[in-house]
Design a binder for this molecule. Structure first.
Ligand code: C5P
Length: 414
């Protein structure tokens, strides 16, 4: 991947039992080519010695705001300016409160104010403390200010409680930082992604729709933009923030989604990803007035909606790579492979929606990547990580299809 090569990361460690996980986090970041400097709060030093983290980071650990020796090496303002990212992990409830208040009474919080780098916090605390109104309000303040939050995870806690508040695993903390830095692998590429449900009106107040949250498509758009792509996200009604650097087009019906896809394909598209849950049918006509209650039953004529991704895959010039998503409840691979061939897609990413822990509204997803060479399972991970993996793979396909240009290319499924 190499996103972290030559990146400068400060890790602020505060006083929590989970501080030990930072040793592994430092190792992962350094192995990826990042330089790491560590700041430890007084509380953190009760759980771990600065010497341990000095050996792992390869640099003296910073502990005091007013430390003459440290200031002679790299002063705190210089340290703050040096950073490409500042990660505070574990971030205790007290640290989150002090960050929310903008306190600057120790090196760790002063650096958070003094650095222009993005701030990441990985909270860790007792589940009751995490759920408290005060912590919730502090988190809201931090999120509103653009602080990136990693975790916390749910599970058994050091204190014996069970609930949310466990520090994320080092590999997840690493992945979140890594994902932040663009790979540049899609620089100069044009990507269109569809997301969310479509909404097909029955009358002015009623509609046919589905439960798609749009999370997968938004995560894909974020990953594409982070990889440097010119990214257009065409989405049905969802309540999600637009990822930075993404052009978002809001539509309601499948017909509007198709129109928008055509409009934004006026210049050749490198990668088209259909992650929208497009309604298969719509009412033949939407009543102009609200339909009144009458007899015991009512009949409505439904007509097929256009297959948006199918049309994109047959467009001339065709996007170099077309990727669909398929939600299946049985015979996952066979059904998805058949769909891939029928729609002439290069890849179909299939997920088993009969499982309640993944898919639709959840934040996690486990999928099977199906292309002309067969099926490969991608292990369960967060939708954000999965999006990164899918985008990374698509960038690989684009690299190998670059010499095909856009013309005369048949669907990979044909
Ligand atoms: O046919 P099915 O809905 O299972 O196919 C899923 C794939 O096709 C998804 O990528 C979805 O976004 C796309 N699709 C579409 N237009 C439709 C129906 C599905 O683009 N009308």
């Amino acid at each position: 991947m190499g996103h972290l090569q030559n990146r400068n990361i400060i890790i602020g460690v505060t006083g929590g039992i989970a501080a030990y996980k930072i040793a592994e986090t430092i190792r992962l970041l350094r192995r990826a080519g990042a330089s790491v400097r560590v700041i430890m709060s007084r509380g953190a030093q009760a759980f771990m010695t600065p010497l341990t983290l000095q050996s792992l980071s390869g640099h003296p650990v910073h502990t005091d705001l007013l430390d003459e020796t440290a200031e002679m090496g790299m002063g705190h303002i210089e340290l703050a300016r040096w950073a490409d990212a500042y990660l505070i992990a574990p971030a205790t409830a007290d640290t989150l409160a002090r960050l929310a208040m903008g306190r600057a009474d120790d090196l760790l919080t002063t650096t958070a104010l003094a650095t222009p780098a993005p701030l990441f916090v990985a909270p860790a605390m007792n589940q009751q403390m995490w759920a408290s109104q005060a912590t919730t309000a502090n988190m809201k303040l931090l999120l509103d200010r653009g602080v990136h939050v990693i975790g916390p995870e749910s599970g058994e806690q050091a204190c014996g409680d069970i609930g949310a508040g466990r520090l994320s695993e080092p590999s997840d903390i690493y992945a979140a930082i890594d994902a932040f830095f663009p790979t540049g692998k899609l620089a100069g590429k044009k990507v269109i992604i569809t997301a969310g449900p479509t909404l097909e009106p029955i009358d002015p107040v009623r509609f046919i729709s589905n439960h798609s949250s749009g999370k997968m498509g938004f995560a894909l758009a974020q990953a594409a933009a982070e990889a440097g792509a010119d990214t257009v996200l065409i989405c049905g009604p969802v309540t999600l923030e637009t990822p930075a650097g993404v052009t978002r087009i809001d539509i309601r019906t499948a017909a509007e989604m198709l129109d928008a896809c055509r409009l934004y394909s006026a210049t050749p598209v490198d990668l088209f990803i259909g992650s929208a849950a497009v309604a298969d049918y719509r009412p033949q006509t939407a009543a102009e007035q609200k339909i009144k209650k009458g007899g015991a039953s009512i009949t409505m004529e439904l007509v097929r909606n256009p297959d948006i991704i199918g049309e994109m895959a047959q467009m001339n010039p065709r996007p170099a790579v077309v990727v669909g998503f398929a939600a299946e409840t049985e015979d996952l691979v066979d059904h998805a492979q058949a769909k891939r061939l029928a729609k002439q897609l290069d890849v179909i990413v299939a997920n088993d929606v009969s499982r309640v822990d993944i898919g639709f509204n959840s934040d996690a997803n486990a999928v099977t990547w199906i292309d002309e060479s067969g099926a490969e399972t991608i292990a369960m991970t967060t939708k954000n990580n999965l999006a990164k993996i899918v985008i990374e793979r698509c960038a690989g396909l684009l690299g190998s299809s670059a010499d095909l240009e856009f013309s005369g290319r048949e669907g990979a499924g044909s």
